[in-house]
Design a binder for this molecule. Sequence first.
Ligand code: CP
Ligand code: NVA
Length: 307
Amino acid sequence: MVRHFLKDDDITSAEQAEIIRLGIELKNSPYSRRPFEGPKTVALIFDKTSTRTRVSFAVGVADLGGAPLIIDSQTSQMGGKESVADTARVLERQVAAIVWRTYAHSGLEEMAANSRVPVINSLSDDYHPCQLLADLMTVQEHKGKTAGLTIAYIGDAANNMANSYLVACALAGMHVRVAAPAKYQPNADVVTKARAIAEQTGGSVSLSQSPAEAIAGADVVTTDTWISMGQESEKAQRIADFAGYTIDANLMGQAATDAIFLHCLPAYRGYEVSAEVIDGPQSVIWDEAENRLHAQKALMVWLAEQG
Ligand code: CP
Ligand code: NVA
């Protein structure tokens, strides 16, 4: 049975740990696994812009013996001209996997429902699960574990990154604390799901509007842009709404003294995080960005083995 990876809980807690372990192994031994030898082609489709995701998947597919095919959906028949289901039926006969960055999450579900090869979500409006594999791998490397640690997510909690942090960190047995303005609290269904997962893994989920409350003693501190792709017209309103939610040195000083700072990037210094923090000694953002490569290679190896 083909497995897809559209959201963080499409894998179990044990499977997540196995993929992260494999990511660390592949970081040390980049060419040791060759599931796409042939080379088999992997389609990388982008409806939104990207730097890290495009590079890490293209390099990762090549490292695994395959050939990456980057498809800019603007110049393909996808979208208004041809349905997602028909696109899936064409692609699945020729490629070994489909990686898609898009807007509505339902498009990914339609792609997966019509594909006999794995479909991977490389960011939708609702989830960014590949980013969380890299983030958890980075936590594992710097802290030696994930379970039992406290992570504080401060900022826009009504977006894809917040959803993925809630679900993936709950799966990893972490204590997830979210602080966001009332208007930008996380999706209630996602919170319910994350809490149910945390109950099984020994983690927890707490929500507040207070950055100070969320960050107090935290082991891992993170945020995301206040203006996600597709929200550019709301920029002025959002900057006003998030006043007081910048992670600056004063706020960071309230986390554990050995806390690390994560950011999926791209970052907007001076909005969600100050330059002092993101470019400071506690920031591990470049390891995190590099780990996209290793974690996604592990994911692709693992998915290839399931089919
Ligand atoms: N973090 C992330 O997904 O970066 P890109 O938008 O550059 O791919
Ligand atoms: N929330 C951001 C993440 C970028 C990687 C966005 O969707 O634009």
